[in-house]
Design a protein around this ligand. Structure first.
Ligand code: ADP
Ligand code: SF4
Ligand code: MG
Length: 454
């Protein structure tokens, strides 16, 4: 395992048992298989190195466009998917958490045998995919998940009493009349009642079905609930009712929530902190107040600007265009650079960007017969004729090529029909703390800031 380079802004002074969940460098890659032999030809990097904590009793909003990896991360956290790398830790006290971070900060090869033993011990006690069976069971009980689509997550052939009572039965918490009374109490806590016990999911409205899902999630009195877009498929008025219900339940039971949504508006009033996710990574993490008042990442600004009800007090500059790039080949540098309207020279310009950009111009790549890549940042493009090669060089130097991309071009040479293109290689953009409890992965605000040319 490599060292974790991502900072976590909430590192200030953790109190004992303050954290329910600590996500460290979590990754989840799905293999892409092709051909009759189903050979693995690549990986979809749905979650690609994300770290943050969830404190006891708080709501963390996990926000990003569709396809950013939110559900995958939520399922890893709930223990429903095994991460490919990194991990999700549960029940670390302040000391154990500090030790874990210190150990993970050192690259594997420099750890002493004693450090390796200590890390193995922490991992087997606290990492949810490697902990002992009984602790994992305790975790699964303590962490529940509510899904966006209540209809497909509720068994259509089961009565409500069986759906909500099932966890209690599995964990042998209750049986017979006691079980039925527990189910009634759970239904009442979500605004339903005894009269709903003997009905099937299809006999309810969308909002009611989500109430049933919530009642089932509450059955084992968990500490922590992952809410995956719980209101996204509901009408606006019903959304508000479910949000109020969730808020009330949180106050009553001291619950901790990870609230996943693509819509910042939904978590605005519920969240204590927000993690903005882009292409499998954290773009920005901060208190909800600061994220809404003074976002430090253009992607967050774009999400705010895209939302009419949040736009009133926002600068108009940032607009989201295009869609989330392919997570099988995420852009270098800052993953947002292909869509960022304020990108700079050091944001990760690479050969793919040049080819995509030139492909937009009519006929320019027509004579391209070969691309020999030396790295993501350097390649030789071979054209049928010298004129075609010369036209490409002229185009890359012209103002029609975005200025930051032109500035990042450190080599552009033509030799007959071959054009050598070389961009300044850059490191991935790191998440850095920019003010207390606020971190961003944008070079405009961090130490990776490019020097400004006069
Ligand atoms: N089981 C899976 N197999 C392959 N790819 C998946 C699987 N689940 C999700 N993905 C891919 O991972 C990426 C992230 O998906 P997801 O976590 O559902 O994002 P979000 O919830 O933010 O919309 C997407 O490109 C999606 O197609
Ligand atoms: S680092 Fe900042 S400025 Fe550069 S592309 Fe990313 S978000 Fe835009
Ligand atoms: Mg999702």
């Amino acid at each position: 395992m490599t060292a974790i380079s991502t900072a976590r802004p909430e590192d200030a002074t953790p109190r004992a048992s303050e954290y329910v969940i600590s996500v460290r460098d979590a990754r989840k890659y799905f293999p892409i298989k092709e051909g009759v032999l189903q050979r693995v030809t690549g990986h979809i990097k749905a979650v690609d190195g994300i770290s943050f904590d969830v404190r006891r009793g708080e709501t963390v909003g996990l926000v990003g466009e569709s396809g950013c990896g939110k559900t995958t991360l939520g399922r890893c956290i709930a223990g429903l998917l095994e991460p490919t790398g990194g991990g999700v830790y549960f029940g670390l006290d302040a000391d154990a958490r500090a030790r874990l971070d210190a150990l993970l900060a050192d690259p594997t090869e420099t750890r002493t045998p004693a450090q390796q033993r200590e890390l193995a011990e922490l991992t087997s006690r606290h990492r949810i995919d490697t902990m002992a069976k009984d602790r994992r069971r305790e975790y699964r009980r303590n962490c529940q998940m509510v899904f966006q689509d209540a209809f497909s997550s509720l068994n259509p052939r089961q009565l409500v009493k069986d759906i909500v009572g099932r966890p209690l039965k599995i964990y042998r918490e209750a049986s017979g009349t006691a079980l039925l009374e527990r189910v009634v109490a759970l239904l009442e806590s979500v605004g339903l009642g005894r009269e709903h016990l003997y009905r099937y999911p299809h006999q309810f409205s969308g909002g009611q079905r989500q109430r049933i899902s919530i009642a089932r999630a509450l059955a084992l009195s968990p500490q922590f609930i992952v809410l995956d877009e719980p209101t996204s498929s509901l009408d606006v008025s019903v959304q508000a009712q479910i949000l109020n219900l969730l808020y009330g339940l949180q106050q009553e039971h001291g619950l901790t929530y990870l609230f996943i949504t693509h819509d910042l508006n939904v978590v605005r009033h519920m969240s204590d902190r927000i993690v903005v996710m882009y292409l499998g990574q954290a773009a920005e993490i901060g208190s909800a107040d600061r994220i809404f008042a003074a976002p430090r990442h253009p992607y967050t600004e774009a999400l705010l600007a895209a939302n009419p009800s949040l736009r009133k007090d926002r600068r108009d500059g940032i607009r989201l265009s295009g869609s989330v790039p392919d997570p099988a080949r995420p852009p270098r540098g800052c993953r947002f650079h292909t869509r960022c309207p304020v990108a700079t020279r050091v944001c990760g310009w690479e050969i793919d960007d040049a080819i995509r950009e030139l492909d937009l111009r009519d006929g320019l790549l027509k004579g391209l017969s070969g691309v020999e890549r030396h790295s993501d940042f350097a390649a030789d493009l071979t054209f049928d004729t010298t004129d075609q090669a010369a036209a490409l060089v002229a185009e890359l130097r012209s103002p029609s090529t975005p200025e930051p991309m032109r500035e990042a071009l450190v080599g552009l040479r033509q030799d007959g029909g071959v054009v050598s293109v070389r961009f300044e290689p850059v490191e991935p953009v790191r998440l850095e703390t920019v003010e207390p409890a606020h971190a961003t992965a944008c070079v405009l605000h961090t130490s990776q800031r490019p020097e400004v040319h006069p």
